[in-house]
Write a protein that binds this ligand. Structure first.
Ligand SMILES: CC(C)(COP(=O)(O)OP(=O)(O)OC[C@H]1O[C@@H](n2cnc3c(N)ncnc32)[C@H](O)[C@@H]1OP(=O)(O)O)[C@@H](O)C(=O)NCCC(=O)NCCS
Length: 509
């Protein structure tokens, strides 16, 4: 119960009544804080006047005023004011939930806001004793002396409301935020059973993350995500975690692949996404730490991750000790415009063979032998290891794709008693627009005769006939894979975007 008298609006008269009316107009409510302040109409008038002057004629925008209020409330442990400004910050000042959390720590993603909050933090922590160097730094960041005076004023006004709320033990009439709790307190838990709800929550996070960073890219469907999470791999195990906020919302997801084939038993691969409005509050770091601990427990020495070029993943990986080991160019081919004339070329002694799904038995051994030629693909400095293909393994990999509902098209070049090369295209379940290039290989003894271009041109022709709805093909090539890039350019592939592969070297015991 509030420790000081509260003036009820219905019984207020004179100046207090007029001030309540003004407060109601401004906020839509008459908060308990105003009802206590009204014990002294002079104080209420002075406070409302100062606040109105600063918000209408002052030089600091609402988003900054709310951030200062959050910082000062946190420092003064005022749950009342923290609740007010967490609500107003997100509802009326356009701050994301993550920004309100960061403001409470005196941090911001925006350098200008960070300079103001740094100043305000010193004022409130050191009772106004801001060192000369910090004042100079604030001026260098672009703050005028008028703005610095306003920062002091906001700190002081918030100290006043914090102290009044605490002195009066005012009942909190806003969605409760406690200074002892991070309102987005996150728990990280393994996801061992992928229910339809869990897959939907995963899909929501991944879609929001991709929409934020790569708005032009198609996003996976719910069915594709469900299949990705539930269909067991043949050469890897998958561990999954989700980060959940205290309101039950899934705010981040991490999938760790642990490769099981002998040449790659040192390797783990991470996919990590944090919902855009929950970023920069440590969720990614906690999911990463959980995945790293699991990878180490599994005796992995390398953790690799792919990130969109120049997105937040680059800064995150750099901050968390990863090395960049490979740069990839993603290319797109407009199927309607592509040049498939090379399919008509004569290659005496060679013939083409095509199949859908699992390789025919008669070609399985030769196909596995050709797949082993992929091991010399340029991989930069990545500790990728090597894969040994057998007929059984190529069949098993085709089964994984089939289990997910994906279509796998392969066209191969046969000659001189072996498979000289092949190319693979995958059309994900339910996909109507973009096909994905998987492997293209010409085995070393057959290189330099245009077989790569031939087999890819034939595949293009085949795709046009068998899947006429597909509009484009996406491929990715290491930036130094000059031969493959040249073949792709000749077919009409154009640069689309780049991605970076990162590697974290894990200490092994
Ligand atoms: C990369 C990603 C996972 C980071 O998640 P997050 O929860 O924001 O990460 P954290 O809050 O733990 O950030 C840790 C540190 O990384 C760095 N960092 C992260 N995002 C950054 C950004 N956008 N700009 C600059 N630095 C950034 C900072 O040093 C940060 O510490 P700080 O906030 O104290 O300054 C998230 O942005 C995301 O989902 N991106 C899209 C998918 C992706 O790239 N995944 C990476 C796979 S490894």
């Amino acid at each position: 119960m509030t420790a000081l008298h509260t003036v009820e609006p219905e019984t207020a008269t004179g100046e207090a009544a007029a001030l309540f009316t003004a407060t109601h107009q401004a906020l839509g409510v008459i908060p308990n804080l105003a009802r206590v302040m009204a014990n002294s109409p002079a104080v209420l008038k002075g406070y409302v006047g100062a606040l109105t002057a600063l918000s209408t004629a002052g030089a600091l925008p609402a988003s900054l005023r709310e951030r200062i209020a959050l910082l000062v409330a946190q420092e003064n442990r005022s749950d009342y004011c923290l609740s007010v400004h967490a609500f107003r910050g997100t509802r009326t000042a356009g701050l994301s939930a993550a920004e309100t959390t960061r403001a409470r720590r005196g941090a911001s993603d925006d350098p200008w806001a960070a300079a103001v909050l740094g100043l305000a933090a010193t004022m409130v922590r050191d009772r106004g004793a801001v060192p000369n160097e910090q004042l100079a730094a604030a001026r260098r960041a672009g703050l005028s002396d008028g703005q610095i005076v306003e920062v002091v004023a906001h700190v002081a006004l918030n100290v006043f409301t914090n102290y009044l709320a605490t002195t009066a033990r005012i009942d909190i009439d806003w969605p409760l935020v406690r200074h002892t709790e991070d309102p987005h307190m996150i728990s990280i838990a393994p996801l061992t059973h992928v229910s339809p709800e869990a897959a939907a929550a995963w899909h929501t996070v991944v879609s929001a993350s991709l929409a934020h960073d790569l708005p032009e890219e198609p996003r996976p469907t719910l069915d594709q995500i469900h299949a990705q999470l539930t269909v067991p791999g043949r050469d890897n195990r998958r561990l999954l975690w989700q980060a959940t906020a205290s309101d039950g919302a899934v705010v981040g997801v991490a999938a760790l692949r642990l490769f099981t084939s002998p040449g790659q038993s040192h390797l783990s691969q991470l996919e990590l996404h944090v919902a855009p409005d929950r970023r920069r509050s440590g969720v990614g770091s906690r999911l990463l730490a959980t995945a790293v601990a699991a990878a180490q427990a599994e005796q992995r020495r390398s953790l690799i991750a792919a990130v969109g070029g120049n997105g937040p993943g680059d800064a995150f990986c750099a901050a968390r000790g990863f090395r960049r080991v490979l740069a990839l160019d993603h290319l797109l081919l407009d199927v309607a415009q592509a040049d498939d004339a090379a399919a008509d070329a004569e290659h005496p002694g060679y013939e083409l063979a095509s199949w859908t799904g699992t390789v025919p038995d008669a070609l399985a051994e030769a196909f596995a032998a050709a797949k082993n030629a992929m091991n010399d693909m340029p991989m930069g400095d990545m500790d990728y290891g090597s894969q040994t293909w057998t007929a059984d393994r190529v069949r098993a990999m085709a089964e994984v794709l089939a289990d997910r509902g994906d279509v796998l098209l392969t066209t191969a070049v046969l000659g001189k008693g072996e498979m000289a090369g092949y190319t693979e295209i995958v059309i994900r379940a339910g996909e109507t627009h973009r096909a994905l290039q998987y492997d293209t290989v010409v085995v070393p003894a057959h290189r330099g005769h245009g077989l790569g271009l031939w087999v890819k041109a034939e595949m293009l022709r085949r795709l046009r006939v068998e899947h006429p709805g597909i509009v484009e093909i996406e491929t990715d090539n290491a930036q130094d894979n000059t031969h493959m890039l040249a073949v792709n350019r000749q077919l009409g592939f154009r640069f689309h975007r780049s991605t970076h592969e990162y590697q974290l070297d894990l200490p092994t015991t």
